[in-house]
Design a protein around this ligand. Sequence first.
Ligand code: GDP
Ligand code: MN
Length: 381
Amino acid sequence: MRLHEYQAKRVFAKAGIPTPAAELARTVDEAVAAADDIGYPVAIKAQVHVGGRGKAGGIKLVDNAEEAREAADEILGMDLKGYHVDKVLVEEAVDFANELYVGVTMDRGVGRPVAMVSTRGGVNIEEVAEEDPDAIAREHVDPAFGMHDFQARKVVYDAGIRREVASDVASILTTLYDLWEERDGSDIEINPLMVTEDDEVIAADAVFNIDGDALFRQSDLAEMEDEAAEDELEAKANDYGFDYVRLDGNVGIIGNGAGLVMTTLDLVDHYGGSPANFLDVGGGAKADRISNALDMVFSDENVDAVVFNIFGGITRGDEVATGINSALEQFDEIPKPVIVRLAGTKAEEGMEILNTDLVQVEGTLEDAVQAAVAAAEEVQA
Ligand code: GDP
Ligand code: MN
């Protein structure tokens, strides 16, 4: 589960990390009132679960009420990398001298949490991580002991943080580690951690992802989830009880069983396509679940073609086929091409039942995936 920036900042501020004065707004009028309240200049920032909002036009710095109105009007309602923006954070703009990066995540290769610090924070940290990994200092932490003060000081020193701000940065890093551990974090980061001319250190952005399986013991964070699940498709998947992950491609994928769906994702990629989602309808998928699954992929604007990959075990091929037919019969026109591969229990019966006016049936998974990738490409062409 991913917190919004404004939610993460509240958690950080409560733990003693300096954050800019800010107010959340859902309408243009609210945004302007908040900006007037805070005093100009302010930053107006889209609250959606994607990184790189700055580069995508989701963050604007404004100097007066007129500009604030214009920026809020532009950002509210905008589509940011497939996410609808329905709230903005209006925040005191920080006049910074430089931008740092600090974060904690799990290093799965080493099997320990790792604290990271860099003087090259800002919007390009991903490129830095790839092109110049040495520019990010790292320190692994033994979770049995937590992060020692000397470790925080060491990683800050290794990163080349100026002496004047080193102890503030080290203390923020320690706070991040403690939050990560106490609140069952998976990733926590501040990028940028801004340093002003007066050597004040302030969190200008905040990322805090929580292990979804730990929410039962993080009830206050779990409450934020409802507020955070503003992505319609993810909310829908919750309602339907599907395991669903939205991705950024255009080939919709439906399968039964996590491994099968993963395989389909890999194959789509292998044949030059790009998956739009992970959607596991689970075992014993009955007709209504199939029709809910189709509703999910059809309502995703990014999807250009759909591939079904069903392996019949408990799930019977004839039942799935009936489900697909009845779901598609509701449409005057099928919104996107659907390609089906059935195997296993009652697969042959299923393939007989499938209405080929509505779907394309393929005998092998490879053929089905290739057909879906081709169909999606055709839509794009
Ligand atoms: P992200 O692009 O989604 O990671 O959003 P960030 O909150 O990290 O903002 C991206 C960039 O916008 C930052 O690296 C800054 O350069 C700029 N920015 C964000 N907030 C402020 C601010 O308060 N003052 C100034 N001057 N720049 C800001
Ligand atoms: Mn950022």
